[in-house]
Design a protein around this ligand. Structure first.
Ligand SMILES: [Zn+2]
Length: 386
């Protein structure tokens, strides 16, 4: 069967697994596992603590370092409250487009990789090809973070990762990170007429916010020249600040939600350590001088690293050769790319479909885009064949 027809057939199967992030992905993992097992792949399946989700990492070709990873996330975003023309978990075709939840984000790429897998299996490869599938990407790259730890533990060292998120097959060499935090300020309540006898949680939260705003301005001058991010510096933004009950009551609690979008990990580290120092050296001592029980507790909601463009990138070089696309781009959405890059693996994002269609009702991928992805992977077979 032609690889494109096979891609469409497999994509239909993948769409029928309703792998919304909150639900299990095990049936899909079993399906992929048996497909690759039949081709003689080495397959590792890593379950999460709940036993309801798993990552899969499979290898064809020589069992050696320096392989190329085709990476995708198995989960999709929910369809609740969205107005779909057809069943989102039953793929339908119309006007050269394949509709269904996950067609573009990002089961299309996974289907193409599985459809070309028999060609990888038949070829005499000079370096390994890996298939990586993760869970919970849409909810903070939880599966990706676990997978990275397992790869390190097992000493698996690929050289290149291609993440098939929908980029219309453009080569994406960079995106910002996304760090999210909730900070709980625990003070001491009291009467508004006696401010010195309480620890005003809202006022301390405001001082914290104010320090963040100062850092935000500093970050603008830290940005490396010529970077293509929009805006071209690391941003900080306050999402929610809530606390207090009335004019004349000292609030004993306040909660702050904030986010940061680092263009490089160093900026994120700088902000985090500056805020930790500010809390430890100034805010907490002042709060505890009045009430020893006062506290500031930070919860990390997620710290998804960005993908930093590199001057020399094997991943960009290979994908340029495979696609014939010259030039690279950066995007504003996040992926698992930064996780792999932090391991020292050359990483690029390139896949079929457009992010415009992702997460929306009537999500689709065009057959033309899938065909381009299949072409890229078939050229990879030729490239790796000896
Ligand atoms: Zn995605």
């Amino acid at each position: 069967m032609h690889a494109l027809d096979e891609t469409v057939r497999i994509l239909g199967d993948l769409i029928a697994f309703p792998t919304v992030s909150v639900d299990s992905n095990l049936e899909l993992i079993r399906y992929v596992s048996s497909h690759l097992d039949a081709l003689g792949a080495d397959i590792e399946i890593f379950e999460d603590d709940s036993g309801t989700k798993a990552n899969l990492f499979a290898t064809l070709g020589p069992r050696a370092d320096g392989g190329i990873v085709l990476s995708g996330h198995s989960d999709v975003v929910p369809v609740v409250g969205q107005d779909w023309r057809t069943d989102p978990f039953e793929m339908g075709e119309r006007d050269g487009k394949l509709f269904g939840r996950g067609t573009c984000d990002m089961k299309g790429f996974i289907a193409a990789a599985l459809a070309v897998a028999p060609q990888f299996a038949r070829a005499e490869l000079d370096r390994p090809i890996h298939f990586s599938l993760t869970y919970d990407e849409e909810t903070g790259c939880l599966g990706g973070q676990a997978l990275i730890k397992d790869l390190m533990r097992l000493g698996i060292r690929p050289a290149v990762v291609i993440i098939g998120e929908p980029t219309k097959m453009r080569i994406i060499e960079g995106h910002k990170g996304c760090y999210e935090y909730t900070v709980d300020f625990r003070g001491l309540g009291g009467h508004g007429s006696l401010p010195d006898q309480g620890v005003n949680a809202v006022e301390y939260a405001v001082r914290y916010v104010s320090r963040l705003m100062t850092l935000r301005e500093e970050l603008k001058s830290h940005a490396p020249a010529d970077n293509r991010f929009e805006p071209p510096w690391t941003t900080v933004s306050i999402g929610r600040l809530s606390g207090g009950i009335a004019h004349n009551v000292i609030p004993n609690a306040c909660t702050l939600d904030w986010e940061m979008r680092p263009i490089r990990k160093a900026d994120g580290d700088m902000v985090k350590s500056a805020m930790n120092r500010y809390v430890d050296d100034e805010l907490l001592p002042a709060m505890r001088a009045v009430s020893p029980a006062a506290d500031i507790v930070t919860t990390i909601i997620g710290e998804v690293d960005g993908l930093e463009p590199m001057r020399e990138s094997e991943a960009v070089r290979i994908v340029s050769e495979l696609t014939g696309v010259n030039g690279t781009d950066v995007v504003s959405f996040g992926t698992e790319a930064g996780l792999f890059q932090q391991l020292g693996i050359s990483t690029v994002v390139c896949g079929p479909g457009s992010i415009e269609q992702a997460h929306k009702p009537d999500e689709y991928v065009s057959i033309d885009q899938l065909s381009q992805a299949v072409g890229m992977l078939q050229r990879l077979v030729q490239r790796l064949g000896v």
